[in-house]
Design a protein around this ligand. Sequence first.
Ligand SMILES: [Zn+2]
Length: 427
Amino acid sequence: MVDSPSLPAFPLDSDLTDCLLTTLRDFESLQAFISSSKFIYSIFRCRQNSILGAVAHSQFGLALPQAMRLVKCLDRNHSSGLAHELQCEADFAQDFTITPAQARLLQNHAAIVRALEDIYSWREKDPRFKSSQLSAAESLRFQKSVYRFWLLAAMYGPGAVVDERLGDRGGNHLELKDSIVTKQITFLLSFGEVELLGIDEVHGFFLDLAEWALVKHTTSPTRARFSDRNDIFLVWSGPAVILDAFRGKWPSFRLVNSQWYGTWRAMTYAFFASEIGSITGGRVLSTIRQRFILDDHFLENVDCSRCEGLPSLSRADSLWSLCNWEYMILTITPSRLGSFLSFEKRRPLEMLMSFTEAIESIPYPQFIEEIFDVRSEGYKDWKKEDWLCTQCMTKMLSGNIQTWFDERATGAGASRDPSVSHVVPSG
Ligand SMILES: [Zn+2]
């Protein structure tokens, strides 16, 4: 019987091992590496600061100051502090210390930002792909903007207000509310115009995502506890909560006092619409999306395959194909679909309820697919892969929804094998 060969000692000396550790591209790889051998771990422990710093630079690149600022401010529990009390991005341009706990937080944040970038890219850059298609420069602008908004939400969002209410100042609601709003604005004005546009753009994206999460999970029992206004709470609870909600994991809001709703609503609809709008020549950013983050996007040269109408909104909000039907739920909402039925079919309440049940019993993209499957002769050369504007898509749906509903009612449609899967990145 042959003896098992003994494991060779790690072939590199201390200095080379140290050098090797500093070349790793992210904290995940570092964690795996130092867990593999006691010798490597001992080298890491001796030179922890320089190794963590080098890996952080590799992983975050030029977005490191924004990512570090968030982690440091969270670590020191600066919530509700004044802007000048917070550490600046410039503090993290040179040497600084990263603890292993902060490295873990950085890693967690990076995973969330990466997942959001995938969705953002699919939504805004190129709906044909689920993974990020952003260029290096676009990705950097996206990441910086997300970390800045994240800090804003962490310092002055619902979580911070709850903390402050429990502190020494608790009690005077109006005073506290004014104080939070003033601090939010002071914090935002500490950024330049270009940075503000980036913050606004991710804010708009998060608002979309929050609304989408609410509509998408409309049949969930959890949804019943949420009112429409909770998109605002989701946005101001920060990127981690928004991503969770989008994936169907709902937060348990500790703050349900409706008086506070106005605080973040004001930030969403007043500040971003007027103050930032004034920077951009008075245009309201909620309807005309600024392209600070993206240099270009796939749909900018795509037109409706059925008409020559110009989109009234951005193309990402008004051109639809198989790959982004799921997002269309925000534009052609399930509640609108009932109005496409003929008057006779809508009239008895039971019929309308049965229609709503049929719609809610299947995923939205599957519903669109089934409409295409039953389309009448006049629509036979309309393809699922074609790009349709909202108007043409509405025509297609309203022209065939009656047939679909009749088939469903008789059981013919319900037996159809669903062939559309969710197209949203799972992260
Ligand atoms: Zn069209």
